[in-house]
Design a protein around this ligand. Structure first.
Ligand SMILES: O=C(O)[C@H]1O[C@H](OP(=O)(O)OP(=O)(O)OC[C@H]2O[C@@H](n3ccc(=O)[nH]c3=O)[C@H](O)[C@@H]2O)[C@H](O)[C@@H](O)[C@H]1O
Length: 431
């Protein structure tokens, strides 16, 4: 009876006597040949994967190189021209977040008085990027170039400093919004921590080092109850991750001042509002909903107490920013080394007269001549604080900061802009 082995081998009936040693040898040979085939296949697959990966990396590098919105002789000359100073004693300022609300206004003010301004903005989609593009167009009309790029891009930052020896950096790029931090915490770390450090690294290495003025926030006062809030108060009770990243920014900038001699001014903005504002903010989204006949949600604090904010009009904030740039003093370091002490300052930029949220809604109703559909709800535990109120004595003393626009007047200007920007036709003049 043929063995199973015999059956499996090719048979040449009657002619061929199977030698088991040969069979064993053949088996071994088969085994080896299938191993070597597998080996070859494995080699082939490895080679294929490697060439795919290197092709991908080539494509990525190529894309970065070819599709980058910056670089090249023409781009450099645009940057230089935008940074050109047109008044004696003027400054050349890199404005980060230039297509943002405050960034646009500050850039326009600086350009208007003859300073050189180059903007930087990543045009992210935290809110409608078309509004940012419209602000960019506005700036372009006034000769301000806004470079599209992220503050985390150290190559781009180094290039900008290579092309222009900026005297000042107005750092306004940030992930804003108090409540959004619960939805997307990493975006706050990305912009407000990592991006800030990348920017400061560039500034400390630049020669000459620029003076840095940057946007902190009233939210660093967190759950503090002593009012008005003073720069001398302890700020160690943030109520949101946003606030925590801004507080961290104050500490981070302090180390760069201490180690590298960078001149630093941190500005604690108090709920800034006005034309070209941020659609995620209450005054803006309330206006939109009121006009569209949709309900608005008004938060209320403990025991049904109304929330209040020290709403500050954009033109006042711009004056505070420009005053800070003008008085910043010089950074002292060079080649990444500190040569002596440099100024480190923090200022409140508020309005000093808090207004409750229901009063804000009353004012909007008056200007829009439409009744709001109010929905009152208890303040959710999402990072909000019950009130803010700035003590501005220090800013008044050091910067000559003096806010002049009350909420009634400022919202009238905002509503006028809103109606015209979004194409509403006014039948009657604003109240
Ligand atoms: O000073 C700051 O440092 C911050 O100011 C701003 O934060 P806030 O003061 O929270 O402004 P904003 O959202 O307009 O809410 C205003 C009021 O309306 C209430 N509010 C809000 C939304 C809503 O649907 N209902 C409501 O009652 C709400 O409870 C609050 O009482 C900036 O967004 C922030 O980026 C940062 O710069």
């Amino acid at each position: 009876m043929p063995s199973l082995q015999d059956e499996l081998l090719p048979s040449t009936p009657g002619k061929f006597k199977i030698d088991h040693r040969v069979s064993h040898h053949r088996q071994l040979h088969r085994c080896f040949s299938s191993t070597s085939t597998m080996f070859l296949w494995a080699l082939f697959l490895i080679a294929l994967t490697a060439s795919y990966l290197s092709f991908q990396s080539f494509i990525n590098t190529g894309n970065r190189y070819f599709a980058a919105s910056w670089g090249g002789i023409q781009w450099e000359s645009q940057v230089r021209s935008s940074a050109q100073i047109r008044r004696s004693g003027g400054m050349s300022v890199l404005v980060t977040g230039a297509a943002g609300f405050v960034g646009t206004h500050v850039s326009l003010a600086l350009k208007k008085r003859g300073d050189g301004v180059v903007g930087l903005d990543n045009f992210n989609n935290y809110y409608d990027p078309s509004l940012k593009k419209a602000r960019k167009a506005l700036l372009q009309n006034q000769g301000v170039l806004v470079v599209e790029g992220d503050i985390n891009d150290s190559r781009l930052l180094a290039k900008l400093f290579d092309v222009v020896p900026f005297t000042h950096v107005m750092h306004l790029a940030a992930q804003a919004g108090v409540r959004y931090a619960m939805e997307n915490p990493n975006s706050y770390v990305h912009s407000n921590i990592a991006g800030l450090v990348t920017l400061l690294e560039t500034c400390k290495s630049a020669d000459p080092q620029p003076a840095v003025v940057w946007a902190s926030s009233s939210s660093v006062y967190g759950l503090n109850e002593k009012v008005p809030f003073s720069e001398l108060d302890v700020t160690d009770q943030p109520a949101s991750l946003y606030a925590a990243t801004k507080k961290a920014g104050e500490e981070i900038t302090h180390t760069y001042n201490h180690i590298y001699g960078l001149s630093i001014t941190g500005l604690r903005f108090f709920t800034v509002y006005g034309p070209w504002g941020r659609p995620d903010m209450a005054y803006f989204s309330f206006t939109r909903n009121i006009l569209q006949g949709k309900p608005i949600t008004i938060y209320r604090g403990k025991e049904q107490v109304d929330l209040a904010r020290d709403f500050t009009y954009i033109d006042d904030i711009v004056k505070g920013c420009v005053g800070s740039l003008d008085t910043s003093g010089k950074s002292t370091g060079s080649g990444g080394k500190k040569k002596g002490p440099a100024p480190y300052r923090i200022f409140n930029l508020g309005n000093t007269s808090p207004v409750t949220v229901p009063t804000l809604v009353n004012i909007l109703e008056g200007h829009l001549q439409v009744k709001a559909k109010r929905k009152l709800v208890d303040m959710p535990g999402n990072g909000d604080v019950p009130f803010t109120h700035a003590n501005i004595s220090l800013a008044r003393q050091e910067l000559g900061y003096k806010p002049t626009t009350d909420l009634q007047t400022g919202l009238k200007k905002f509503v006028k802009w809103y109606l015209s920007y979004y194409g509403y036709h006014q039948s009657k003049p604003l109240n």
